[in-house]
Design a protein around this ligand. Structure first.
Ligand code: SF4
Length: 180
């Protein structure tokens, strides 16, 4: 697909954001590791996430020439890349999958308060005041960066006309990989 190649700068910028997320994850995970149970084989966080078009096409660009196994879960909420409880696109998995296990802070829908999300398997022994601003992952920081990048991307992407807030289900990648 020649057209995808001309979007390399967006895909490179996406990977820069992804690297920032990984760096933040590593820093925070080091602080929290004694209170988390995350390990290879735990896939409780995996589901059919929807992502912004720039992320969808960046992942597609990275995996389109690779042999990727896809599962065919009956449940539409399950991720097609989860194989025997392991991620089949681990190195290319989306940003949302890269923060799993951390204490995640995000603004509520009305925009007037922070909400904290944690996996119920983790942090079962910490005190209520354990979570402070410095040891949480601010999801909106990275989502804002992705949103701004996506806004520019969809203005230049002619193959599909995406609306500004449109998201794409990860399982739609299957049709581009010839395994619909
Ligand atoms: S892409 Fe990988 S880590 Fe993300 S939900 Fe799917 S299987 Fe899980």
């Amino acid at each position: 697909m020649m057209q995808e190649k001309s979007f390399q700068k967006y895909f490179d910028n996406y990977k820069n954001i992804r690297n920032e997320v990984d760096a933040k994850f590593n820093m925070l995970h080091a602080k929290h590791s004694k209170y988390t149970k995350c390990a290879k084989g735990c896939s409780d966080c995996c589901m059919n996430f929807s992502v912004l078009p720039v992320e969808f096409h960046a992942i597609l660009d990275s995996i389109k020439n690779k042999e990727i196994q896809i599962s065919y879960p009956e449940n539409p909420n399950e991720c097609i890349f989860l194989m025997q409880k392991e991620c089949g696109i681990y190195h290319e998995r989306p940003v949302i999958c890269r923060s799993h296990g951390l204490p995640i802070l995000h603004m509520n829908n009305s925009g007037d308060n922070w909400e904290l999300s944690v996996c119920p398997l983790n942090f079962t022994t910490v005190a209520d005041d354990y979570f402070i601003a410095e040891n949480c992952y601010y999801q909106d920081t990275f989502n804002s960066k992705l949103f701004m990048l996506n806004r520019e991307f969809i203005q230049h992407f002619d193959e599909v006309k995406y609306a500004e807030n449109e998201l794409v289900e990860l399982r739609k990648l299957a049709s581009f990989l010839g395994s619909d």
